[in-house]
Design a protein around this ligand. Structure first.
Ligand code: DON
Length: 307
């Protein structure tokens, strides 16, 4: 029997399409000029089935969604205690690119804001590793999660690097506070490379499904991360993944999620399904307007609210 899910996903997209609010990210030209009518959704079940609709083969840069997986890699490479010594687990209630540290410990609030993500990046492989070594480690893990070889979008990377003053400022703040020990400019360059990896909604849903499946890839059966790491990532995504909109998100949509400035949202319902939605126009917090609508619909229709 033909599955009803693809038709359902098409109807979800058509419901979301009329909402033309928001604007593309304006800080770099390549993102500002993104085609605003792009719209896609994908669901990856923990049994390995993958469903998608709309512009599901269109690639976009992963941006901040990479932070969730690089946090998991940092935990594997440095160990959870060392990571927790450097990066907190509390929502900051501030914009993602705020120059802020927790009072007392000097740690960034969490790994989902830029300060925490740059710190997590600096813990990948080893504190003295090169950008190339860290990029290779991150790219190969993201590719194993997606189930296909992913690539860095060099145009995005170059544009982001030219506009990196704020992130460089965060890097030097972290170095001055003793949180990162490597060269801050190199840590930021590597962080920008991790944000510039191209993915589709199908990739993101598949990657999320590994988190939902306790770290084991639902298709290949390969263990990509320990179950404890998957749980840690999902927990921090639940409280901090949607930035200063995280509280409202958890109350209204009800599953762990991470957004990125290119217009994607990756969601995860443990034990059930990895979710991805994409459309480039963002709200004032930097979350995709239509992707938020899509997640709200999926949550209501499929009963995905955790609570
Ligand atoms: O750090 C930055 O500015 C970007 N490359 C990534 C930020 C991002 O995706 C924020 N998310 N909404």
């Amino acid at each position: 029997m033909k599955s009803p899910i693809p038709d359902y996903l098409n109807s979800v997209l058509e419901n979301a399409r009329p909402n033309d609010d928001g604007a593309t990210a304006s800080y770099i030209d390549v993102l500002a000029k993104a085609e605003t009518n792009r719209l896609a959704v994908a669901l990856a079940m923990v049994d390995g089935e993958l469903y998608s609709a709309g512009d599901d083969e269109i690639e976009f840069s992963i941006q901040s969604i990479s932070k969730a997986f690089v946090y998991a890699i940092a935990i594997e490479d440095a160990g959870l205690p060392a990571v927790l010594e450097k990066i907190g687990m509390e929502p900051s209630g501030d914009a993602f690119n705020r120059l802020s540290l927790q009072k007392g410990s000097n740690r960034p609030f969490n790994p989902m804001i830029n300060a925490g993500a740059i710190t997590a990046h600096s813990l990948v492989v080893a504190p003295n590793a090169t950008v190339e070594q860290r990029t290779e480690r991150i790219l190969s893990t993201l590719s194993r999660l997606a189930g296909r070889q992913l690539h860095v979008d060099e145009e995005i990377f170059e544009a982001e690097l030219k506009d990196a003053n704020r992130n460089m400022g965060i890097g030097y703040m972290l170095k001055a506070a003793g949180i990162i020990t490597c060269n801050p400019a190199e840590a930021v360059r590597g962080y920008i490379r991790q944000c510039s990896v191209n993915v589709t909604v199908r990739d993101l849903a598949m990657m999320a499904s590994v988190l939902c499946n306790s770290g084991v890839h639902p298709v290949s059966g390969e263990r990509i991360m320990p179950a404890e790491s998957a749980r840690q990532v999902l927990s921090v995504m639940a409280t901090c993944g949607m930035y200063d909109g995280s509280g409202e998100w958890l109350a209204t949509v009800g599953f762990s999620a991470k957004s990125g400035v290119s217009g994607a949202i990756m969601g995860a319902l443990p034990g059930q399904v990895g979710i991805a939605a994409f459309s480039p126009k963002l709200d004032e917090r930097g979350n995709s307007v239509r992707a938020v609508d899509i997640c709200k619909q999926l949550s209501a229709d499929m009963g995905l609210h955790l609570m």
